[in-house]
Design a protein around this ligand. Structure first.
Ligand code: NAI
Length: 460
């Protein structure tokens, strides 16, 4: 007889949410996690600690740039990096302990250790075999580096090392202008590092709406971050300091940058090492991503969710899949709307988007209209020095249905959900435009952008 209805391997946002939902649906569930604490990359070395550092460094920026204007005078705070890291750690601790509490509350067994699927319906952890009717792989992802570049997590760091540097570096070179590079780059720029971002493509944040990406780059440049675009990094030489060699793609010329620390932020790869997938015949693609259909792998009783599966590597996508797979195992109809998964970059200003970009709509040959509204026309934003940025709504030219929303500006990461809910309900831009929004709020900028899809915004 099986010990469990479900064993989830991995205690990150995909795995722990799946375990909780399984328990709520009356299943007997265990979660295998080898880290000291639950919460996976997100809580331990990803989303949560980076948000703590982004918050602290943003507060410093406010003190340096805006306090005096508001009549708040006094000595500008200096950075106690060890204390900032202690604050970051306490944020991690309260969150990871919170998940442990939820496991106890929902009577979920935490099997501590690294699991291997030793047979269908069997997960072995530290020599002990546990039987389950269903196994969910939720093992997440790990940073991937470039060929020939070795990460030592001191001088050449991944996102993990970047959260715990010994000191704030004088010169930081970031390889890759994706989400991680820009979030961590802006933390260190605000803390006083000279930050240079080297990016292979000719624009930052691949996949983002082009207009937003350009504005974002300008705003980051204004904050002191340098960009070298169209540059392929060739190698990093690290001793007590580092030398980063890159070639400009336009003329193949070679250049060298000096750095105290180099952050390699060139993407992440699915983490399936030691799981035994090959022996079981679980299909993965060339990049090691587990192939699934409705979260089912090709092997009966083995499911997979989150970063090990195709799609964006985002905690909230994994969480949604965690709930959906639990429901599917329980015989219900789990559901994830992959067309409405928001993406947020937690810099200042924040950047958030959902749905199609303008470039994607052009590629599809779809007739669309654009409603745009600048935060300069938003009273609340101006009052708090956050008039930079805009809201852009893309709607079907004929039906007015919202196809994509892109926001760069204050509270973008919160406002985007208004668009997500609207899109889930198949709303037209006019539906947003006719919804009363409290004044004065940042959200009025969303409404004004929706008005701009029709007869025009009021405050522009
Ligand atoms: P990314 O895929 O977002 O960006 C990597 C960048 O590196 C790309 O722009 C790529 O063109 C560039 N690159 C690759 N090779 C290069 C080379 N040789 N020289 C110069 N540039 C090169 O990857 P990133 O930022 O590491 O993030 C990994 C994953 O983690 C992403 O899926 C991201 O969505 C997720 N994440 C999400 C966060 C959020 O939602 N706020 C926060 C942190 C990570």
């Amino acid at each position: 007889m099986a010990d469990y209805d479900v064993i989830v391997i991995g205690g990150g946002p995909g795995g722990y949410v799946c375990a909780i939902r399984c328990a709520q649906l009356g299943m007997n569930v265990a979660c295998v996690e080898g880290r000291e604490t639950l919460g996976g990359t997100c809580l331990n070395v990803g989303c949560i600690p980076s948000k703590a550092l982004l918050h602290a460094s943003h507060m410093l920026h406010e003190a340096e740039h805006n306090f005096a204007t508001m009549g708040l005078k006094g000595k500008t705070p200096s950075v106690d990096w060890d204390q900032m890291k202690a604050y970051k750690q306490s944020t991690i601790d309260t969150n990871t302990k919170g998940i442990e509490f939820l496991f106890k509350k929902n009577k979920i067994d935490w099997i501590k250790g690294w699991g291997k699927i030793t047979a269908k319906g069997e997960v072995t952890v530290d020599g002990t075999a546990h039987k389950a009717k269903n196994i969910v792989i939720a093992t997440g992802s790990e940073p991937s580096t470039l060929p020939g570049i070795e990460i030592d997590e001191k001088i050449v760091v991944s996102s993990t090392g970047a959260l715990s540097l010994g000191k704030v570096p004088k010169k930081l070179v970031v390889i890759g202008a994706g989400v991680i590079g820009l979030e961590m780059g802006s933390v260190y720029a605000r803390l006083g590092s000279e930050v240079t971002v080297v990016e292979y493509l000719d624009n930052i944040t691949p996949g983002m709406d082009g207009e937003v990406s350009k504005s974002f780059q300008k705003l980051l440049k204004k904050q002191g971050i340098e960009f070298i675009l169209g540059a392929a990094v060739q190698g990093v030489e690290a001793k007590s300091k580092a030398k980063v060699t890159y070639k400009l793609r336009k003329d193949d010329s070679e250049h060298v940058l000096d750095a105290d620390v180099v952050l390699v932020a060139t993407g992440r790869r699915a983490f399936t090492e030691g799981l035994g997938l090959e022996d079981l015949g679980v299909k993965t693609n060339k990049r090691g991503v587990v192939e699934v259909q409705n979260w089912k792998t090709n092997v009966d009783g083995i499911w997979a969710i989150g970063d090990v599966t195709p799609g964006p590597m985002l905690a909230h996508k994994a969480e949604d899949e965690g709930m959906a797979v639990a429901e599917a195992i329980a015989g219900q109809h789990g559901h994830v709307n992959y067309d409405v998964i928001p993406g947020v970059i937690y810099t200042a200003p924040e950047v958030a988007s959902v749905g199609k970009t303008e470039e994607a709509l052009k590629d599809e040959g779809r007739a669309y209209k654009v409603g745009k509204f600048s935060y300069m026309g938003n009273a609340r934003a101006k009052a708090v020095f956050e008039g930079d940025g805009f809201v852009k709504i893309l709607a079907d030219k004929e039906t007015d249905r919202i196809l994509g929303v892109h926001i760069i500006g204050p509270a973008a990461g919160e406002l985007i959900h208004e668009a997500c809910v609207a899109m889930e309900f198949g709303a037209a831009a006019e539906d947003l435009a006719r919804t009363c929004h409290a004044h004065p709020t940042f959200s009025e900028a969303v409404r004004e952008a929706a008005l701009a899809c029709g007869d025009g915004p009021i405050h522009m």
